[in-house]
Design a binder for this molecule. Structure first.
Ligand code: NCW
Length: 441
């Protein structure tokens, strides 16, 4: 099985995605500290306590990286603008160097014919705001809207599309309940507040973007295909709860103005007071939906455990370097489910899909056949979803470059371009060349 550009509707956007903290080199250009700089230095949080201080040094090498996108025949680039680079204290005085950098970056995309798809928050909370409770503080919505206005006033005239948040499930649940990401909490009260405040911040940012006259505004959500391990009532209930937390909470807040009952059963008693009053702003119209999809989990009931009484298990298929099962049907499933149950014919983008592998440079080349077949299978799943009626308008591979993979440090390689983290040399992998030839056809 292969794929080519001509298999997709005219105007379909092909691109690759990155995030600021994972590639830029946060120590450059007077950026303020973030909660990942401190989380990385806590015991046992991140492999080898690595942080994003240098990362891929994209801050200085962005021209070379954007050339790689253009030379592959890509149409668009999904990037994020770091809050702490723009506002080192999270609010107050902007960092002129940070704003100048994003100005140059967007111009460099346009010079290469790449459409800029901006994400406003891809996980690096400024430390000064983390000190005030970060996502657990209701004021975060106003702080985020102010940041939105400052960066939009600088580059909003040239970006093609804007997402408020990347993967609010990770921002709230993975980081405040499961404790895997900064700030590393395992606390239901903090998690419940974060689950709501991320959406309150999305709503406040949307309002501000509309006040500024911005169009083509959306949000990027992550979806995890869940299936019961067996047909017992316990496994079915655990799966329904997991699906409500991971997959329904955010999209239903936006499209229905309500949170699913299965998830409120746990979070409800710990939610901020009068949260219902925020739902109207949260559910204002968006222009497009971003779907990030990676894997499937089988779910079983957890015996006498804390809520949500559910455990996820990897399915039986082949696994990536992350241990994530390769399951392309799940992408088709979510694209068609979003169209059918939530967004009708609103444009949907696959804003992230990709896989990590322990890639090595040998004789100047990187041979990554598993990634080549992964990409082909997920492109074909996307085509099938379009044929089945989902209005999918683009596909962004995660990621352009091997980069800082959060709690896994530099160990997990998602890129179609290999990065040697000693020399920072970029080497396009075989999968990069596969994409390049598919996009030329
Ligand atoms: S970790 C994660 N990712 C990767 C990351 O590099 C990127 O910034 C994210 O947008 C690749 O794409 C997203 N997603 C979180 C998956 C969480 C799985 C954790 C399960 C632990 C219980």
């Amino acid at each position: 099985m292969t794929f080519s550009r001509s298999d997709f509707p005219a105007g379909f956007q092909f691109g690759a995605a990155t995030a600021a903290y994972q590639i830029e080199g946060h120590s450059f250009g007077k950026a303020g500290r973030t909660h990942w700089d401190t989380f990385a230095k806590g015991p046992g949080n991140v492999v080898r306590a690595e942080d994003g201080a240098i990362a891929c040094d994209h801050y200085h090498r962005y021209a070379e990286d954007l050339d790689l996108l253009r030379n592959a025949g890509m149409d668009a680039y999904r990037f994020s603008t770091s809050w702490a680079r723009v506002l080192p204290e999270g609010r107050g005085t902007p960092n002129a160097e940070g704003l100048d950098y994003y100005d140059r970056l967007v111009d460099a995309m346009l010079e290469r014919g790449l459409k800029p798809f901006q994400t406003l928050y891809h996980w690096e909370m400024p430390s000064a705001l983390a000190d005030l409770g970060g996502w657990t503080n209701p004021d975060v919505a106003a702080w985020f809207a102010d940041f939105t206005e400052i960066i939009t006033n600088r580059i909003g005239d040239r970006v093609h599309a804007i997402a408020t948040l990347n993967e609010p499930w990770c921002v709230a649940y993975l980081s405040h309940f499961l404790g895997h990401h900064a700030p590393g909490l395992k606390d239901i009260r903090s998690a419940s507040r974060a689950m709501h405040h991320v959406m309150k911040a999305h709503g406040a940012a949307m309002t501000r973007l509309r006040d500024l006259g911005m169009k083509n505004c959306g949000i990027v959500l992550n979806f995890d295909h869940t299936e019961p391990v067996d047909d017992t009532a316990e496994a079915l209930a655990a799966t329904a709860t997991t699906d409500a937390i991971n997959n329904r909470w955010f999209i239903e807040a936006i499209t229905k103005g309500a949170y699913p009952a299965e998830a409120l059963a746990g979070f409800g008693p710990h939610m901020p007071e009068n949260w219902e009053n925020d739902m109207a702003e949260i559910s204002q119209p968006i222009d497009w939906l971003g779907v990030n999809y990676y894997t499937r989990h089988k779910v079983s009931a957890a015996p006498a455990d804390v809520w949500p009484h559910a455990v996820g298990h990897e399915g039986p298929g082949d696994k990536t370097q992350m241990g994530w099962e390769i399951y392309p049907d799940g992408l088709h499933g979510f694209l068609t489910r979003m169209a059918r149950d939530y967004v009708d014919d609103m444009p949907i983008y696959v804003t992230e899909n990709g896989m990590a592998w322990d890639d090595k440079v040998e004789n100047g080349s990187v041979f990554d056949p598993v990634r080549e077949s992964f990409i082909t299978a997920h492109m074909n799943a996307t085509r099938r979803a379009i044929a089945d009626g989902a209005n999918v308008q683009g596909f962004f591979y995660w990621s352009l470059l091997d980069n800082y993979e959060w709690a896994f440090g530099y160990e997990k390689r998602f890129g179609i371009v290999h990065v040697d983290f000693d020399t920072l040399k970029r080497t396009p992998k075989a999968s990069y060349h596969l994409l390049k030839s598919a996009l030329a056809r």
